[in-house]
Design a protein around this ligand. Structure first.
Ligand code: GDP
Length: 439
């Protein structure tokens, strides 16, 4: 996410960071580079100019010039300005009414349906009773798609495949929600490939008829400047409440995230970073600014972990670790939980300093596949007692999993080392040495 921008900004700032003193001359050179990094990332020129002017004025402030670490202070100024640019404080969605109605709008392919499923799952996890509505009357496939997602996240989906009146469908769904005690209705609407008058009229009429407490505009961040223009058009007609940026897991240049708030004056509320239902984050401008500057985002990482991890399972595995009984079944279960958190490369990128290091590395969730295949080819006995895996068993496992004996050996070796490490920690803990070391 934002790798290019991150790279260029860091290069621009690097020289300043190492300087003991900031002068007007080196600030001017850095500012120019920062501005270029932003425009290269598709940030609107005026937006880039305004923000860099402000950064320059702050950086040339006397207090900064005579501070102990002017370079660090400069980075902090950039971080603060980027945060402001993206909207300052995180903004919640409005959930009001009985049921509360959330309208999802955007172009076809922007990720509306995927996001509707994600939002339903997100709200359900907060303990809310949600109903999803398929109001896309043009694409029958959209109804099926939403049904599949609904089933996946355990949320009921309302649809009327034969009805071509979106307003009627939405109203029927709301009536059903009232009757069945659903508290939130999420209406997924039809989009077109490009903005056109008929679509705008339809969605306007729908909004008027169902009076949502929150209208979210979904936009594909990979479309760069177009994303900002489409947002502008939708906002003029729909006066939406917030923006959802999707596909930030791609090599988006980030311009949309950085310009949308300024151009339409509506906050970005969510970002979507993958096709999996878990790949949704509330948008925090300050965390995003830190990430763009390569400072990582540990808070979001921990939050993702909390959402994806099954607490009972974690307790069970922890107990087994303490008894030195951690086996391949537990290992597999942990792998699956990590995968549920989303794209591995993205997750690693949230660790400070890591984004840059792994930029060119080719890792994704498929990297786990050989490991999973090897473990799946083991018998239950082998999984709990890997020490019994001899030469002939290794050969059978390698053949069964479509891997090589070397790969099987490597996994067994790594697993053995992991177990040894756990054992060592346990002994240290019981003898009180671990506490001493921690201190
Ligand atoms: P809609 O036409 O607006 O409802 O868009 P869809 O929800 O059908 O999404 C269009 C395509 O983009 C689908 O293939 C989705 O799986 C994919 N998609 C949606 N959100 C994301 C995302 O955040 N990241 C990636 N990589 N793909 C996404």
């Amino acid at each position: 996410m934002f790798e290019n921008l991150q790279d260029k900004l860091n290069k621009a700032i690097k020289t300043l960071k190492g300087q003991g003193r900031i002068t007007e001359i080196n600030v001017a050179a850095t500012i120019k580079e920062v501005r270029r990094a932003l425009t290269d990332a598709d940030v609107n020129y005026k937006v880039a100019k305004d923000i860099t002017d402000r950064i320059r004025d702050k950086a040339l402030d006397r207090k900064v010039l005579i501070s102990v670490e002017p370079g660090q202070l400069f980075v902090k100024i950039v971080q603060e300005e980027l945060t402001e640019l993206m909207g300052g404080e995180a903004q919640n969605i409005n959930i009001k009414g009985d049921p509360a109605i959330i309208l999802i709008a955007g172009l076809q392919g922007s990720g509306k349906t995927t996001f509707s499923g994600k939002l339903a799952s997100y709200l359900k996890k907060q303990g809310r009773n949600v109903l999803l509505v398929a109001a896309d009357i043009y694409r029958p496939a959209a109804i099926d798609q939403l049904k599949v997602l609904g089933e996946q996240v355990g949320v009921e989906v309302y649809a009327e495949p034969e009805n071509k009146n979106a307003v009627q469908i939405a109203q029927n769904a709301i009536a059903l929600a009232r009757k069945t005690g659903k508290k939130i209705v999420i209406v997924d609407t039809a989009g077109r490939l490009a903005v056109d008058e008929a679509m705008m009229q339809e969605i306007e009429a729908l909004k008027r008829a169902i009076a949502p407490s929150e209208t979210l505009f979904v936009v594909d961040s990979m479309t760069g400047q177009d994303a900002v223009n489409t947002a502008k058009t939708f906002n003029e007609r729909l006066n939406f409440d917030g923006v959802v940026l999707t596909k930030l897991d791609g090599d988006a240049r980030g311009g949309a995230a950085l310009s949308i708030k300024t151009v339409v004056n509506k906050p970005i509320k969510f970002i979507s970073t993958g096709e999996k239902m878990e790949a949704l984050d509330v948008f925090y401008p300050d965390r995003m600014a830190s990430r763009i500057l390569g400072m990582g985002d540990v808070i979001s990482l921990v939050e993702r972990a909390q959402q994806a991890f099954d607490e009972d399972e974690a307790k069970r595995i922890n107990a087994k670790m303490r008894k030195n009984q951690f086996d391949f079944d537990d290992f597999l279960s942990q792998l699956q939980q990590i995968k549920k958190m989303g794209n591995v490369k993205d997750l690693l990128g949230m660790i400070p300093g890591m984004g840059k290091m792994i930029k060119d590395l080719d890792i994704d969730n498929d990297s786990f596949k050989p490991i999973e295949a090897i473990i799946s080819s083991m018998t239950p006995k082998e999984r709990s007692r890997p020490d019994i895996i001899d030469g002939s068993r290794k050969k059978r496992i390698a053949t069964g999993s479509g891997t090589s004996i070397t790969q099987v050996n490597n996994l067994l070796k790594q697993f053995d080392e992991m177990r040894k490490m756990m054992k060592k920690m346990n002994t240290m803990q019981s003898s009180g040495k671990l506490n001493k070391m921690m201190r």
